[in-house]
Every structure is written in structure tokens, then in C-alpha cells.
Write a protein that binds this ligand. Sequence first.
Ligand SMILES: Cc1cc2nc3c(=O)[nH]c(=O)nc-3n(C[C@H](O)[C@H](O)[C@H](O)COP(=O)(O)OP(=O)(O)OC[C@H]3O[C@@H](n4cnc5c(N)ncnc54)[C@H](O)[C@@H]3O)c2cc1C
Length: 488
Amino acid sequence: MNDDSRFDVVVIGSGPGGYVGAIRAAQLGLRTAIVEKDSTFGGTCLNVGCIPSKALLDSSHRFMEISQNAVNHGIVTEHVGLDLATMMGRKDKIVGTLCSGVGALLKANKVATFEGEGSVLSAGEVAVKQESGDTQVLTTDNIILATGSVPASLGDLAFDHELVVDSTDALCFETVPDKLIVVGGGAVGLELASVWSRLGAEVTVVELMDQLIPGCDSQVSRLLERVLSKQGIKILLESSVTQCDQNRDIATVTVECRKNGKIELIADKVLVAVGRRPFTLGLGLEDVGIATDPKSGFIPVDERFMTNVGRIYAIGDVITGPMLAHKAQAEGIAVAEIIAGKSGQVNYNTIPAIVYTEPEVAVVGKTQEQLEQENTEYKSGIFHFKHNGRALAAGSTEGFVKILADKNTDRVLGVHMIGPWVSDLIAEAVTVMEFGGSAEDIALTVHSHPTLSEVVMEAAMDSDNRSIHSVPKKGLIQETEDRIQETE
Ligand SMILES: Cc1cc2nc3c(=O)[nH]c(=O)nc-3n(C[C@H](O)[C@H](O)[C@H](O)COP(=O)(O)OP(=O)(O)OC[C@H]3O[C@@H](n4cnc5c(N)ncnc54)[C@H](O)[C@@H]3O)c2cc1C
């Protein structure tokens, strides 16, 4: 920790927004400090979000592969057991490595670090309240608020962190629940539902809207629903929890379903995963006149990420936009560049979003539904993984890539993927869209064979009705419908 207390920039919060912003500011020659109230750097993403969830998804995927699918490859296993403590230990080790890696990066870039709760005293002063009760005041020309978000709770389902839990709790269960109810069919809910279902829990997902991952391409969403159901996860759409009675270790949850009326479910864990809310508690915003949105709690900012008080900026989950680590990082870089007098900016039209289920979902840009609403003339191309050699070789054939392009200019407007490793495949679509590229650009780019990336190329070819490796009898859109129906 650093004694010096005079800075060009003080960042409050060391999540992906805050630490990336601090490093970029330091790279640009600004004397930079970062304040973090937790004992580790990295925020939600590294400690209780992206990284631990992916570690458990990977471990549980291997468990499922070995126990259920190895036999298809001619690999015979006698007995596959689960050592949950080791699985959790592996996850914690990965988290520890990455968090201390952030500390090392901050140090290497000469960012001064302060442990304690930061609050804004004025446009040029940040107080850091340490655990000991001592307070240090840092003076600065610019303040970046990057205090992130925390899990949102749901009316009657107050967290007790034993029976009714949040995502942080669900990353640390000591035993596999017998019956887990997941309230919320978004990315976090579905990823944790997958982890515990693969490890043996009986999982029911309750989603208020008429599809999983609300806002997602409806064909992608429907295929995912069918595949997850096939994997054993029970999914209740257009359903809401109306009551939760707790008796010792068991919850009796009443669910109102549009299709089936009122049903009662029993669970030993109820995970509430209905989203996150911006976190500004203790920041002292009212004292310096920074308004938060009364409904959502977000801090309003202008296009330069500046709040209504000059030289106080906000980025990441604490402002509007998708609550994603890479969005927070992009904003961290942009705001540092703006403060340094450069032209930092974020292209919100090309921020991808991923759900790390099996198959994965990865999307960027406009959906078909949005284009129709906007009356934009578009064409679409689809290609299925079942026609791809690498996917067949890997035994991961579920899913497709859909490319939407402007009917007149061929410019790519949106790409929607469900399938193996689409979390990586989406990068090509993002790059093409960032460059204002066309479907033809993708179609005419040589893709290695055999790779999953050929599915992206063939989807682009299909948007011009010249896909080589499928013989659609009724057209690929209809084939997609048929495939979704088959996956029951
Ligand atoms: C289970 C789960 C899985 C996720 N998976 C993904 C994923 O795969 N991909 C993805 O892109 N996103 C994912 N996310 C979302 C991602 O974690 C967040 O969008 C991202 O962490 C936001 O970054 P941030 O910097 O804005 O805030 P945060 O990461 O929330 O960091 C804020 C930091 O500020 C600190 N802080 C708050 N107040 C103060 C204060 N007064 N003083 C000092 N410090 C303070 C906090 O302790 C925290 O360290 C996931 C989230 C969860 C919960």
C-alpha cells in the first residue's frame, strides 16, 4: 500500500472496469490510485462471477462427459466419483491466481493501491476508511466510480444465504443439493443450474418471461430450452414464485405457471438469479450531489462517462448497459483515455454476450425480432453444426450459427450462435461488425478445415443461398425449426 496521497486519478473499485481503467490511466502517464474495500482485487468477475462460474462449469462438464459420454468414444469407466471439495479447491486456486495477478499488474504499472471503503468527499477528494477505523484522504483531479453491482433480491424470497441463496453462495455449496430451484432463466441462473444439474441435483428453473435468456434470438433460446430439458433440467416458462415457506432445511415454493396453474415445488436450495443491481452504498454520492436513477439505482453519465458533477466519472455495472465484464473493461479504457485527453469510446452495437451452458450461446448485434420491429430489410443465413466435420468428430453437433445482414448493403447486423465453443467463434463476428464488414466478407474469407469456424463461413454463404455443405430440402430456416422440434 502507498503513503502518497496526491493523484491525477483515483479509481474506486477494482473489478474489471476499475482495474483496467487504472492500468490504462497509469500507462498514459497519469498518477493513479485504486481503492478496494475487499481483501482481493478483481471485483465480482474474478472473485464471485465470471471466473469461478467458468471453473465449475468446466469441472462439471468433464464430470458429465466422463460419466455419460465417454462410452460413446469407446472409453469404459468403472465408477466415476465426485470429490466436490477438490473441485471447489481447484476453483478457489484459479480465483486466487487471477486476483493476485491483478495485484501484480497494478504494481507493475505503478498504480498505488489502497485497501478500504472509498467515499467521495468532494470532486477532488476521496476518503478511504480502513478496517482499523482509520481514514486517509486522497486528493485527486479525477475520480472514477467503478463500484459494480450486487445480486438483486426478489420480494418474498429474502436471502438467508442457507436455503435462499444468491449466485455467490451457489458457487460454494459444500454438498450437491438434492433439489435446487433456480429463479431466473438468464445467463447466471442457467450456468449455475447446469453446474449443479451435471453434478447430480434435480434442478428446476422458473422464468417469468416466455423464453430463456429474455431478449435473445427466439430460435436460439428455444433450442437451448430443449437441450437443457433433455439434460434433465426442468424449465418452467411464464412462471413466477408467489410464495416460499421454509421449514428447517426445506423450502416449499409455490409457482404460478401460465400453462399449468399453481404448482408446489420442494427444494433444499432456492437460488435467486433475477439479475443484479448497481452498488453505490457508502460512496457518499448524495453529499456531493451525484444523482442516481431513483428506479434502477444506476449512476447517470454522459457520453464521456462523466456524472452530473464535473471530473467524477462512472463506468461498468454501476452505469446502464449490459452487466458484462468486457463492457466494464472497454469503458475503463475509454474513460482513462478521455481523462488523458484522447478520444476514448465504446461501440455498444458490437458488445457480445455469452451463456456458457452446453451448448453455449453467443450473440452480438440485432436479433431478427428487433430488425422486424425496426422495419429493417434483412436477409439471414443459417448453418448447423451437425453438417460440420469437426463438430461431428467431437460429438458436439447440437446448434447453429445465424447471420443477419442488411438486405441491400449485405452489412452484418447481428450474429446469433448456439453450439460448441461459440464463446470463441463469436469473436470473428464481432470483428467483422466492428469493421462494418459484410456477410460476403465472411463467406469469402478462407477458414481452416476442419474447424468449427467453418460453420460461421457457411452461415454467411447461406445468406446468399450458396452454402456448400448442406442440402436443405426446405430451406435452412425451416430446417432449424425442424431441428428444434426434434430435440425433445
Ligand atoms: C455468477 C456470475 C457470473 C458472471 N459471468 C460473467 C461472464 O461470464 N462474462 C461477463 O462478461 N460477465 C459475467 N458476469 C458479470 C461480471 O462479473 C460483471 O459485469 C463485472 O464484474 C462488472 O465489473 P465492474 O468493474 O463494473 O464491477 P465489479 O466487478 O462488481 O467490481 C466492483 C468492485 O468495487 C468494489 N467496491 C464497491 N464499493 C466500494 C467502495 N465504496 N470502496 C472500495 N471498493 C468498493 C467491490 O468490492 C468490487 O471489488 C458474471 C457475474 C456473476 C455474478
